[in-house]
Design a protein around this ligand. Structure first.
Ligand SMILES: Nc1ncnc2c1ncn2[C@@H]1O[C@H](COP(=O)(O)OP(=O)(O)OP(=O)(O)O)[C@@H](O)[C@H]1O
Length: 639
């Protein structure tokens, strides 16, 4: 009968306190039950993972043992005295697995790790499919990386206006660097023809410190000052505040004496101040732009697009994306969507005609896009989202560094695509040491090489901070050591960069916040205290030295278990000859006492900081609760 019972609404039923409590009780029980079930699941998962790990370890150990057994008798002593560490043995196993994989690539082997592969005899070796690239990526204009034999004298580049040539000379630029010698004349010619031809978009991939900034600054200034309209006509996007400021300064230098105004919007100034610098309000004409060239970060651009009255990019002629791969990876703020919305242009890829004709004459022209980076993605899919218009690629190629390699052969092969190049003046080394003595080995290395004006990169702010305290305690007053990270205020970062540039800091211990684009003069060594996780990180870190044709060295500190991975990372950039450096460790014991004292100092410093932090948190809590109480009493008073 229950099936046919219909619950009718019988007016509001007053819930008693007991009923409410029993309901709550039931709910609590349910929640507890769910939590227990969840915990059980997590424990089960952890146990399965732990079992998998131990099985893997056991497998490696077994493999290592089998290696030892197979060593010829005259080598056994070397193994017995333990001179080969477990990690190295693991490396041997890894190498074996790699060989296995290589073998498998050439068709299926009949047995893998003791298991018989079914159907191996019938397996046909499949031909590797060759990547087919669009013509513009497959046939780029090649830029030399040789900065020691410069060929193009500034005075011979007649396309550049006289006063710009004069300014270059007064800033010590006698010859154009290869990237400038290729890109500047090309852009200037494209500008000259822009009344009849839509300009093609440009991608430039050239090593760190090769002078990419001037390659876009000079042609933009020259092109914009030919016809005068006070509107934002060039927009330059960069990934960080420090880099934007650096590029802004270069524009400022070369705009001096012209009627062009450059401005930066990065969040360094308050939003209201930036708005005042960008727009003036006029009773008769409304909002007017005060700027011709705007250098900004993506986040700030979106803010102005959304909230600044009169912010207008309708006359934009150039859109520069410096450190393009990084800016494009920044999906935060959805800057590309907002910019496209604002420009509201027709997809330039839609009309294939470059020639201006009666049909497209009145169409709104999209800005010419210029992309620059030392690690520019040459992946067509990634570049697709920018809807580049008949793009052209300028790139430097990986040169064969093998003894038989032909250094001058710039022949384009499909293997160079996607490979990043580093400056010729950069020498690269690595040091292998165990984790427990790493700070001491670096300490010794710095002393042996008498390092000054060097950068030390770590993978985290905490690590940089502790290493800085430890090294200050070890070196005492012999070296000036500072730390730098993205948590510091822009003003402090600027001061540190200035002090380092002047030579007032010997060692700057930093995180990857400083790895990209920052132009510090004459950095002697770049040390990666923590191994970089990605090739791009390595290239940008190393790129802080060996800039503008000056010699420099990058040294990476590795644990023996990281060597293989590091080498395969560098292989992706065509580097096979990175040299290993031996730092003598036999006298490290004599440093034991000093090291212990330094470690004690570090512990005390860290403890003090933790106590101070706790006090700060307590104080803030007290202030907050005090304010809250005061507010409550006030509101009580008023009622
Ligand atoms: N033709 C030149 N002659 C002498 N010095 C130059 C020349 N061009 C640029 N420089 C100097 O070389 C240094 C590196 O230039 P720039 O910062 O433009 O390099 P970059 O290619 O943008 O490097 P990164 O990829 O690391 O950002 C700067 O100090 C710059 O002043």
């Amino acid at each position: 009968m229950d099936l046919f019972v219909v619950n009718r609404y019988e007016g509001d039923h007053e819930v008693t306190k007991e009923e409410e409590e029993s309901k709550l009780d039931q709910l609590y029980k349910k929640i507890e039950k769910n939590k227990k079930r969840q915990r059980k699941k997590e424990v089960n998962k952890a146990t399965t993972e732990a079992i998998a790990k131990t099985t893997l370890k056991r497998h490696i150990k077994r493999e290592v043992k089998s290696q030892i057994v197979s060593v010829p008798e005259n080598n056994i002593e070397e193994f017995i005295d333990g001179s080969i560490e477990v990690e190295q043995k693991a490396d041997i196993v890894n190498e074996e697995h790699k060989n296995d994989r290589r073998k498998r690539k050439n068709g299926l082997p009949e047995s893998v790790e003791g298991f018989t592969v079914l159907g191996a005899e019938n397996a046909i070796k499949k031909k590797k499919v060759k990547r087919v690239l669009p013509k513009w990526l497959a046939e780029p204009i090649i830029i030399s990386t040789n900065l020691s034999e410069l060929k193009k004298k500034v005075s011979s580049v007649k396309q550049l206006d006289k006063d710009l040539r004069r300014k270059l000379k007064s800033n010590g630029v006698e010859y154009l660097f290869p990237v400038q010698a290729e890109v500047i004349p090309w852009l200037l010619t494209a500008c000259d023809h822009s009344t009849i031809l839509f300009p093609r978009d440009v991608c430039v991939s050239a090593p760190t410190g090769s002078g990419k900034t001037l390659a876009f600054v000079l042609p933009i200034i020259q092109a914009l000052r030919r016809h005068f309209v006070k509107k934002i006509r060039a927009l330059v996007l960069l990934p960080t505040q420090d880099l934007a400021l650096q590029v802004f300064k270069t524009f400022k230098t070369y705009c001096e004496g012209t009627n062009m105004d450059v401005c930066f919007a990065t969040g360094k100034n308050s939003f209201a101040v930036e708005q005042k610098l960008l727009i003036s309000e006029n009773e008769a004409f409304g909002s007017l732009s005060k700027v011709d060239i705007l250098v900004c970060t993506a986040g700030r651009l979106v803010d102005h697009l959304k909230h600044t009255k009169g912010f207008d990019l309708s006359e934009l002629e150039f859109l520069v994306i410096d450190e393009a791969d990084r800016v494009l990876d920044n999906v935060q703020h959805d800057w590309l969507y907002h910019l496209e919305e604002h420009l509201d242009q027709e997809d330039p890829g839609q009309h294939k005609m470059r020639m201006v004709n009666l049909i497209n004459l009145r169409k709104k022209r999209p800005p010419q896009k210029l992309l620059f980076s030392a690690t520019l993605s040459q992946d067509p899919e990634k570049l697709e989202k920018l809807s580049l218009f008949q793009p052209i690629l300028f790139t430097s190629v990986v040169e064969d560094d093998s003894p038989n390699g032909n250094q001058d052969n710039h022949e384009v092969t499909d293997t160079f695509i996607g490979k990043f190049t580093t400056p010729k003046e950069l020498s690269e080394k690595y040091v292998v040491c165990s984790l427990d003595i790493k700070p001491l080995v670096l300490y010794k290395y710095i002393k042996i090489e008498k390092l000054t004006k060097s950068l030390v990169f770590t993978n985290s702010i905490n690590e940089a901070h502790r290493l800085c305290i430890l090294f200050r305690a070890l070196f005492k007053d012999k070296l000036k050591i500072e730390e730098m990270n993205s948590h510091l205020e822009a003003k402090n970062r600027k001061e540190l960069i200035a002090a380092f540039s002047k030579g007032n800091i010997d060692l700057l211990i930093c995180t990857d916040a400083l790895a990209r684009g920052i132009d510090l003069p004459n950095v002697q060594y770049v040390i990666s205290y923590s191994a970089p996780k990605h090739l791009k990180t390595y290239i940008h870190r190393a790129g802080r030295t060996a800039r503008a044709g000056v010699l420099g060295t990058a040294v990476t500190f590795l644990h023996s278990s990281q060597v293989l991975r590091f080498k395969s990372l560098l292989e992706q950039a065509g580097k096979n000859n990175v040299e290993q450096v031996e730092v003598p460790t036999d006298d490290l014991e004599s440093l034991g006492k000093t090291y212990k004292q330094a470690l004690d100092e570090l512990k005390r410093a860290v403890h003090k900081e933790e106590v101070d932090d706790l006090k700060k948190i307590k104080r803030t809590k007290q202030i907050k609760s005090g304010n809250f109480k005061r507010k409550r009493t006030k509101s009580n008073d008023s009622t």
